[in-house]
Design a protein around this ligand. Structure first.
Ligand SMILES: Cc1ncc(COP(=O)(O)O)c(C=O)c1O
Length: 376
């Protein structure tokens, strides 16, 4: 919790006065979300599914839940459309007319609450007609015309209200930056990144201006841990989003602007000693999503000096750890501490986060899994 406090203070500094919307996928624990939303500088959540947003709004965690991705969850849409209270607190993400059609097919506009809508602007860098890209493959909305066309469509449809724009700068967040990719490729990509961020900002500013010319927007969201320091400087950004920076998982170790402290760990007990210089712990095979490879495996953290074996990686039921004298110093029952590559995904493996301040256990709080919730 000491690292958590320091990380959350750092983020507020990087946000340069913009309120931070909390990326819940990177937290997945309601007590921690409550903690953050009670702090100065934090406002609202960026949810990863509509069902989650409804749960967070319905249980009083936040009265401002923006769903980061379009939803095709008919049951959740039906729940949202039948509840005025929820409909005022949850905002849907849209980048295609088909998203509006799907909502109308579940509940026609005359028979439901008005729904809040945000448009997602693609913020990747592309060359050769999209064959080369830096940044996530998400929304088809790139040019000013793409966005204003859909904005007008939303405005002309009964039962929808356009309230926001989101432009997530994912270029600095892609796996390419992780050390696996070799220095030359990363150096080239870094040049592209530097040059493209300026052009991207121009395109984003033009889109925001064009949409603001046809309607009032409550918010324009940008950010992500990796790009926050840069995006928070733009005048058209009214709020930034971040999540990973709070728990500082291994995926944030290579970042340059925001440099979170590691704050989340899991422990696995030593259950075997197969021979000199090696111990085996129970479990451990908690692999992160994304491009597959050794860079997505959990990182043995303490005691220092242990490493995964190349042959076995992190196992489904057991994980061998190599480490000479360090391994030999461990007895059966001792704990080895790891860091997950993605903090939020770690929460899917354990029922609780134990909150430790200094040397003291101050609370034990359920993760989403502990709350019996599996949203994806
Ligand atoms: C829309 C959006 N904004 C921001 C983020 C950044 O999250 P984080 O701060 O955890 O990197 C994400 C993560 O995928 C996202 O999808």
């Amino acid at each position: 919790m000491d690292a958590w406090d320091a990380n959350s203070d750092d983020l507020v500094r990087h946000a340069a006065g913009r309120p931070i919307r909390v990326v819940t996928a990177a937290i997945r624990n309601r007590a921690l979300l409550r903690d953050l939303l009670g702090r100065d500088g934090y406002r609202g959540v960026l949810s990863f599914t509509l069902a989650e947003a409804i749960w967070l709004a319905g249980t009083g965690i936040s009265d401002d839940a923006l769903v980061a991705y379009p939803s095709a969850d008919r049951r959740a849409i039906s729940r949202l459309t039948s509840d005025e209270h929820l409909a005022g607190r949850v905002t849907l993400m849209v980048d295609d007319i088909a998203h509006l059609d799907l909502v109308d097919a579940v509940a026609p506009p005359e028979a439901r609450a008005e729904l809040r809508v945000c448009l997602d602007l693609d913020s990747s860098w592309q060359a050769l007609r999209g064959r080369w890209r830096l940044g996530y493959r998400r929304s088809p909305l790139r040019a000013v015309d793409d966005v204003t066309r859909l904005a007008r469509a939303v405005m002309s449809r009964p039962g929808f209200r356009l309230v926001g724009l989101m432009a997530y700068n994912s270029q600095p967040a892609v796996d390419l930056w992780r050390t696996r990719h070799g220095r030359i490729r990363r150096a080239l990509a870094r040049r592209v990144l530097r040059r493209s961020m300026g052009r991207l900002a121009e395109r984003q500013a033009a889109v925001v201006e064009a949409v603001r010319a046809i309607t009032d927007l409550e918010f324009v969201n940008a950010g992500g841990t990796a790009s926050m320091a840069a995006t928070a400087q733009h005048s058209w950004v009214t709020e930034v989003s971040a999540g990973s920076a709070l728990l500082g998982p291994a995926s944030t170790d290579d970042l340059t602007d925001v440099q979170p402290r590691p704050a989340a760990f899991f422990a696995a007990p030593v259950v075997r000693r197969p021979g000199p210089g090696v111990v085996t712990v129970a479990g451990g095979g908690y692999v992160a999503s994304g491009t597959a490879g050794a860079h997505q495996l959990p990182l043995p953290w303490l005691p220092e000096g242990l490493r995964l074996s190349r042959d076995e990686g992190a196992g489904q039921t057991q994980t061998p750890l190599l480490g000479g004298a360090t391994a030999d110093s461990l007895a059966i029952g001792d704990l080895v501490w790891f860091r997950h590559v993605k903090a939020g995904e770690m929460a899917e493996r354990f029922d609780n986060y134990h909150l430790v301040r200094g040397e003291r256990l101050v609370d034990t709080t359920p993760t989403y899994r502990g709350d019996g919730k599996a949203f994806l």
